[in-house]
Design a binder for this molecule. Structure first.
Ligand code: SF4
Ligand code: SF4
Length: 344
């Protein structure tokens, strides 16, 4: 399955144009207000590759912010699954690592057919980050700036050409039929890739070990005063959750259109919201903001490693960009790590 090739950069546009004839092409693009978003590509030259992290992350194509599930009437139920074939191009390594976690969350114990239907029809081409953002810390988590496995196709920008690594059957299918665009890599190409990766690794400004943070939570019993202090800085906007490529929580809503007819949809939800854990009978297990924040971090730093063998964070840095209260994953991990006095 694993196959490495070289492609001259001049061929990229042609290759994508051909693929676009058989599936929808999604890639990062810069809006007029300078935001980077993943959207359907009309003009291939508008794709932005060496750019800051997109907001939102490409997870929205697998778990949309609002997704119609089915229409219902008195006599029938019409399931609305999305089976659109998509290529999502130019995805960061951390976001591919996040999708790998979502695949396990939605595909292992309880299979979510809506997610799986999108996932089975989506193929990703990721790219090694040559210039990580100042907010990135994937390097401490092994989720970037490049991947050793679990990708469909990974590109490394070697200046005038790409090293193209194929890691799955879906990736190999994108190459098939275009052998005239590719050549076999030479030793010098691998040497150049090694240089690119070393250079990228040296540019990281944040070096965070979430394992240290986890151990401190486990062993030092962080006091609730610490979480209450974080809570005073949290505006409960939900930005950290919505921006996070790993977060998967959603709410389900039924809407009636006329008597007996209606539809069900799901929308992203956020564990930071007060109503998130409210149950029938007005029982409120996490009514205090501090306890909700603690639950979020325990979920990502304790629950995920216990159940998936990995943290529920890929170090993308989006919560650092988004949080108006400056209480993001990197900041909280750092405060726990340096022994914030509010821990006791
Ligand atoms: S917790 Fe923050 S840094 Fe970690 S994956 Fe989510 S948004 Fe990215
Ligand atoms: S982004 Fe910051 S302020 Fe908004 S809910 Fe998350 S922690 Fe609170």
């Amino acid at each position: 399955m694993k196959k490495n090739l070289i492609m001259d950069k001049n061929y990229l546009s042609y290759w994508l144009r051909q693929i676009r004839k058989t599936m929808s092409l999604i890639a990062p693009m810069r809006l007029k207000n300078a935001d980077i978003v993943f959207k359907q590509v009309d003009n291939i030259h508008e794709i932005e590759l060496d750019c800051p992290a997109s907001l939102p992350s490409p997870k929205e194509f697998l778990l949309p912010q609002k997704e119609y599930m089915f229409r219902f009437s008195k006599n029938s139920v019409d399931v609305l699954k999305d089976c659109t074939k998509r290529l999502i191009f130019g995805v960061r390594s951390c976001d591919i690592s996040a999708i790998d976690l979502m695949d396990r969350f939605f595909g292992e114990k309880f299979v979510d057919e809506y997610y799986m239907s999108r996932r089975e029809n989506t193929v990703f081409i990721s790219i090694v980050c040559n210039n990580p953002d100042p907010t990135c810390f994937c390097i401490g988590l092994g989720t970037g700036p490049f991947l050793k496995s679990n990708f469909d196709i990974q590109l490394t920008d070697l200046g005038d050409r790409y090293l193209v690594e194929t890691g799955s059957k879906q990736g190999a299918d994108l190459i098939r039929g275009y052998s005239h665009l590719f050549s076999r890599p030479k030793k010098s190409d691998y040497d150049d890739q090694y240089e690119v990766i070393l250079s990228s690794q040296s540019k990281f400004e944040k070096r965070i070990s979430l394992e240290n943070t986890r151990q401190k939570i486990l062993n030092e019993k962080i006091n609730d005063l610490f979480w209450d202090w974080i809570a005073r800085r949290c505006f409960e906007c939900g930005g950290c959750v919505y921006a996070c490529p790993v977060c998967t929580c959603f709410n389900v809503v039924d809407r009636m259109e006329q008597e007996g007819d209606g539809y069900r949809f799901r929308i992203w939800d956020a564990c930071m919201f007060k109503g998130f854990t409210r149950m029938a009978g007005n029982v409120w297990p996490a009514e205090k903001k501090g306890s909700r924040i603690k639950q979020r971090y325990f979920h990502k730093l304790l629950y995920y490693p216990d159940h998936f063998g990995r943290f529920g964070c890929v170090g993308c840095g989006r919560c650092t960009i988004t949080c108006p209260g400056h209480v993001d994953m990197a900041t909280i991990a750092h405060r726990i790590d340096v022994g914030d006095r509010r821990r006791r």
